[in-house]
Design a binder for this molecule. Structure first.
Ligand code: NAP
Length: 254
């Protein structure tokens, strides 16, 4: 099974959380991985986890919302790792607030990192993918795409990512490039810990509440998303495109 063996992958926001788990999973399956995050120093733990397990990885510092930094990062990856086959647009931030209290800056920051970031990275990466007639783009959406109180900015960006995914699938499909999205529910990371603190609860209480509310009776962990990303990234998934998989323990069924 070819899977992601000898493929080159870029995972953004991979210093920690879901991105780190995806980078580690892809590397364990044989991909050379560029671990991208705001500061290169911050990627050291993920890179070390990959290389100490015998995998191949480099750390790259780039702000995905800045076109010059994205262009430089993608060119560096292609030069150092020999191409670019898989892009995971995972970098993200939260600036939650009720609409009447949400600042313009909170709106712009979330749009710029999630939506513009995915646009810039996809645009830079597709050049290599189209040339090679092979590529896999995976965008990180969220169950919040369906609407979530206090997240008008984030919900909009995550719904926008689903539209971007479907359009990339249409435009790039003729060149052997697929585009798919993952929409996680609650996944325990620094992001959800910060949310718990903001709403005056703890991550343990939040995990318990989620476990009680979803059919599979547990909270999500980054490995749940990494597993789904590996499926989309694999060579054998070439007939799967424009899809959104909700990885939420079945919450959407209730
Ligand atoms: P996380 O632990 O906060 O990790 C996100 C990473 O992205 C951080 O290392 C962050 O760096 C980095 N980042 C932020 N802005 C960036 C930029 N402009 N350029 C490059 N990197 C940037 O979050 P997570 O929970 O793993 O979330 C990963 C993705 O999954 C996000 O897109 C999130 O919206 C999505 N998601 C998460 C959940 C969940 O329950 N955790 C659910 C649905 C969707 P800093 O720490 O320096 O800011």
């Amino acid at each position: 099974m070819a899977g992601v063996q000898n493929r080159v992958a870029v995972v953004t926001g991979a210093a920690q959380g879901i991105g780190a788990a995806i980078a580690i999973r892809l590397a364990a399956a044989g991909a050379a991985v560029a671990v991208v995050d705001l500061a290169q120093d911050a990627t050291a733990d993920t890179v070390a986890a990959i290389t100490s397990a015998g995998g191949s990885a480099i750390g790259v510092g780039a702000d995905v919302s800045k076109s010059d930094q994205v262009q430089a990062a993608v060119e560096r990856v292609a030069a150092e790792l020999g191409g670019l086959d898989i892009l995971v647009n995972n970098a993200g931030v939260l600036r939650d607030n009720l609409l009447f209290k949400m600042s313009e800056d909170d709106w712009d920051t979330v749009m710029n990192v999630h939506l513009k970031g995915a646009f810039l990275c996809s645009k830079a990466a597709q050049k290599y993918m189209v040339e090679a007639k092979y590529g896999r783009i995976i965008n990180m959406s969220s169950t919040s795409a369906l609407g979530n109180r206090g997240q008008s900015n984030y919900s909009t960006a995550k719904a926008g990512l689903q539209g971007l995914t479907k359009t990339l699938a249409i435009e790039l499909g003729p060149f052997g490039v697929t585009a798919n999205a993952i929409a996680p529910g609650f996944i325990e990371t620094a992001m959800t810990k910060a949310t718990a603190e903001r709403v005056g609860t703890t991550i343990e209480q939040m995990r318990e509440a989620v476990a009680g509310a979803v059919p599979v009776r547990r909270g999500g962990v980054p490995a749940d998303i990494a597993n789904t990303a590996l499926f989309f990234a694999g060579e054998e998934s070439g007939y799967v495109t424009g899809q959104v998989i909700y990885v939420d323990g079945g919450r959407g069924l209730l």
